[in-house]
Design a protein around this ligand. Structure first.
Ligand code: SF4
Length: 235
């Protein structure tokens, strides 16, 4: 009788609770000389984006896999100084396998260009890599299952600044239930890196007056990255 064929096991993601060091630091942001012992233990030595993508595989770890067309892993400069983290893919992203390529994505591109950068200069990814049906918010179990890969991406890229686009990204990385209006535009710290939360471009499409607030936030990021803020230029 032929032996039953064993399905290869997908590598398991690290538990998110252990992987995230929940810290919202008061202003001003303290300068961190190096990772704490706790943070060091959570990091995977010599991790790279291709390795993380390989570990993710054709992921079926959460229920979002059943309705997706493409995994949207992330896109951009693997050594970017600036990483944008969104919530999850929408229909356009699901179809193309790329983050932020729909209407909200075009607005994000404009925001990046207004900063004097191009998309290829930054890295763009999401908390969950598969599209939630009907563009609903990702559920807690989905975020918990997928976000360890986001943490690995951030650690592998080692950016100077992380910008969370919207509440889901902010709450995931900061492990808080506080409304983002309480800390939007403030410098916070995440695993020894500067983190700033601003509105999601999809929110800006619904609320164009909020663009001026986002532009102020992005100017703070530009100052940290040493980018020139041109007088009179606005988003
Ligand atoms: S959302 Fe993340 S954890 Fe869930 S199936 Fe997709 S890649 Fe896997």
């Amino acid at each position: 009788m032929p032996k039953p064929v064993r399905k290869p096991e997908l590598p398991k993601a690290a538990p998110v609770a252990a992987a995230v060091a929940p810290r919202i630091s008061p202003l001003p942001l303290p300068v961190v000389a190096g990772p704490s012992l706790f943070e060091s233990m959570d990091k995977i030595a010599d991790d790279t984006l291709p390795k993380i993508r390989q570990d993710l595989g054709e992921c079926t770890r959460c229920k979002l896999h059943s309705t997706r067309h493409n995994i949207v892993f992330g896109d951009g400069n693997p050594k970017a100084e600036l990483v944008f983290v969104g919530e999850g893919p929408g229909a356009d992203e699901d179809a193309q396998g790329l983050p932020f390529v729909g209407r909200a994505g075009r607005l994000l591109t404009q925001m990046i260009e207004a900063m004097g950068l191009q998309r290829k200069d930054v890295y763009i990814c999401n908390v969950v890599k598969c599209r939630p049906p009907e563009n609903r918010q990702p559920e807690e179990d989905e975020v918990g299952t997928c976000s360890p890969f986001l943490l690995r991406q951030i650690d592998a890229i080692a950016p100077k600044v992380i910008v969370c686009l919207g509440a889901v990204a902010a709450k995931t990385l900061l492990q808080t239930n506080r409304g983002i209006s309480q800390f939007r535009g403030e410098w916070l710290e995440f695993r020894g890196r500067k983190l700033l939360v601003t509105y999601h471009p999809a929110y800006l499409l619904r609320n164009p007056p909020a663009k001026s607030e986002v532009w102020k936030d992005l100017q703070k990021v530009m100052a940290v990255l040493g980018l020139e803020v041109k007088k009179g230029k606005s988003a």
